[in-house]
Design a protein around this ligand. Structure first.
Ligand code: NAD
Length: 389
C-alpha cells in the first residue's frame, strides 16, 4: 500500500475484498480475503492494473481499472453510481475498462482502455473536494490513465478533477474547438450508426418514417432524439425521470412509454441509451425491433446474447463501435489544438466501420459482436477474443 497525499491506494494483486473497503491504514495482506478472486473473474480479462482509492476527508471511494495500454495511455470516463457493494463496482469497472480498450482500438485512437468508478449517489454525494480527491488519485498513476465524464459525472466535475491533475479531458471547449461535453458527440455517432444499420438491415437510405424506440433521454438520448426527429424518424421514448421524458416529447414529438414497455416496442430500431446488460435471456425473447443500435455500454449481458439476437434475426450494432463519438471528442481535446470539424470527420467514419462488421458477420455467418471483438483484439495484439460467441 502506498500513501499519495491523503489518498490511500490499495492495490490488490491477487484478491479483492467483497465487503467494504478498509478505511484505516490496514494493509492489503491484513484484509479479510473472502469470495471474489480478481484474477478469476470473467471480467478480469488480463487487466494491467486495478487500483482502489480512498480519501477520508471527502469520502471518496473509487476504483480505477487499466485494461490495456498497448495502443497508448488508457482513456475512459469516470462513472459515479450508488453500487450496492464493492463487488458490483469492481465488476462494472472491469467490464467498462475492457470495453474502452476495444472502443478506442476500433475508433483508431492512440489510446488504451481504462475506466474509473466512484461509489456514491451522484444526486447527493457530489462535492468539489470529492472530485479533487479523485483527481489526485488519477494523478498518482502518472498518466497511465486519463479520465473524463461518464454516467453521473459532468463537465463541472471534471473541472474540479483538473485542479488536481492534467490527466483529464472532457472539459469546456471554445466554439469550433474539439472537446467539451462528449454526450452530443456520442449522439452524433449513434445517429450515423443507426442510419448505417437501417441501410444495411432494412435497405432504407432515409430515416423518414423509420420508427425508433429510445431507452433513456439523458445526455446522449436527448441529443439523439433531436437528430432522429429532424430527419423524420418517429420516436417512442422511455425514461425513469419524468422531466427528461417530457422534454423529448414536447420538443421532438416523441411518444412516451413506460421503462417496462420500451424494450418490447414493435419498432424498426431499438436504441438503448440508459443502462448496460439490457440485452439478456429475459429481454431478448420480448424484443420486436429489427435493429438494436444505441449508446449504452455493455448492452449484451453475455457474449452469447449476441447469438440469441442473431437467431431472432435482429441486427445488432456493437455498442463500443457505435458509441465511440464521445471518446473521439475526448481524445482530440486531450491531444490539444484540434478543431470540432476534425472530431466530426472522425465520427463520420463510424458508419463505414459498422457496415464492414455487418458485412463480415453476414459473409462468415457470425454474430456482429464476435466479429467486432475479433477485430478489436487483432488491433490490440491480443489473441483469443474473450467474449466471442
Ligand atoms: P445519462 O445518465 O445522462 O442518461 C441516462 C438516462 O437514462 C437518464 O435520463 C436516466 O434517467 C435514464 N434511465 C435510467 N434508467 C432507465 C430505465 N430503466 N429506463 C429508461 N431510462 C432510464 O447518461 P448518458 O451520458 O446519456 O449515457 C447513456 C448511456 O450511454 C450510458 O450507458 C453510457 O455509459 C453510454 N455512453 C455515454 C457516452 C457519453 O458520451 N455520455 C459515451 C459512450 C457511452
Amino acid at each position: 500500500m502506498s500513501h499519495i497525499g491523503n489518498i490511500v491506494k490499495l492495490i490488490f494483486h491477487y484478491l479483492v475484498q467483497t465487503g467494504n473497503f478498509c478505511d484505516d491504514a490496514c494493509s492489503a495482506t491484513r484484509v479479510a480475503l473472502p469470495a471474489m478472486e480478481l484474477f478469476e473473474l470473467r471480467e478480469f480479462d488480463a487487466h494491467e492494473l486495478v487500483v482502489f482509492g480512498h480519501d477520508a476527508a471527502s469520502g471518496l471511494r473509487a476504483v480505477i481499472a487499466v485494461h490495456s495500454t498497448a495502443l497508448g495511455p488508457a482513456a475512459g470516463g469516470c462513472r459515479m453510481w450508488p453500487y450496492p457493494g464493492t463487488a458490483e463496482a469492481v465488476a462494472d469497472v472491469l467490464r467498462l475498462s475492457r470495453g474502452m480498450s476495444y472502443k478506442n482500438a476500433m475508433a483508431g485512437l492512440a489510446f488504451g482502455g481504462g475506466k474509473a468508478v466512484i461509489i456514491g449517489d451522484s444526486s447527493r454525494a457530489k462535492t468539489p473536494q470529492l472530485f479533487e480527491a479523485f483527481g489526485r488519485f488519477v494523478d498518482s498513476l502518472g498518466g497511465r490513465y486519463i479520465t473524463a465524464e461518464d454516467v453521473g459525472t459532468t463537465v463541472a466535475d471534471m473541472a474540479s478533477v483538473a485542479r488536481a491533475t492534467r490527466y483529464v479531458s472532457g472539459l469546456g471547449a471554445a466554439p469550433g474547438e474539439a472537446g467539451g461535453d462528449p454526450g452530443p458527440k456520442t449522439a452524433l455517432g449513434v445517429h450515423l450508426g443507426i442510419k448505417a444499420a437501417v441501410r444495411f438491415g432494412l435497405g432504407r437510405s432515409e430515416l423518414a418514417g423509420v420508427t425508433v424506440a429510445v431507452q433513456g433521454a439523458g445526455g446522449v438520448g436527448y441529443h439523439l432524439c433531436g437528430m432522429l426527429a429532424r430527419e423524420g424518424a418517429r420516436l417512442t421514448v422511455a425514461d425513469v425521470r419524468p422531466a427528461a421524458l417530457e422534454r423529448v416529447c414536447d420538443e421532438f414529438g416523441a411518444r412516451a412509454v413506460s421503462p417496462e414497455e420500451v424494450l418490447a416496442q414493435p419498432v424498426d430500431v431499438l436504441s438503448p441509451c440508459a443502462l448496460g446488460a439490457v440485452l439478456n435471456p429475459t429481454s431478448i425473447p420480448r424484443l420486436r425491433a429489427r435493429i438494436v443500435a444505441g449508446a449504452a455500454n455493455n448492452q449484451l449481458a453475455q457474449g452469447q446474447d449476441g447469438s440469441a439476437l442473431k437467431a431472432a434475426g435482429i441486427l445488432y450494432a456493437p455498442d463500443y463501435v457505435i458509441n465511440a463519438g464521445g471518446i473521439i471528442s475526448v481524445a482530440h481535446e486531450y491531444r490539444g489544438g484540434g478543431s470540432e470539424a476534425a472530431v466530426v470527420a472522425d465520427i463520420q467514419r463510424i458508419p463505414a466501420r459498422l457496415t464492414e462488421i455487418f458485412e463480415r458477420a453476414r459473409r462468415e455467418n457470425r454474430t456482429t459482436n464476435a466479429v467486432a471483438d475479433q477485430m478489436a483484439c487483432e488491433r490490440l495484439g491480443r489473441h483469443s477474443p474473450p467474449r466471442a460467441a
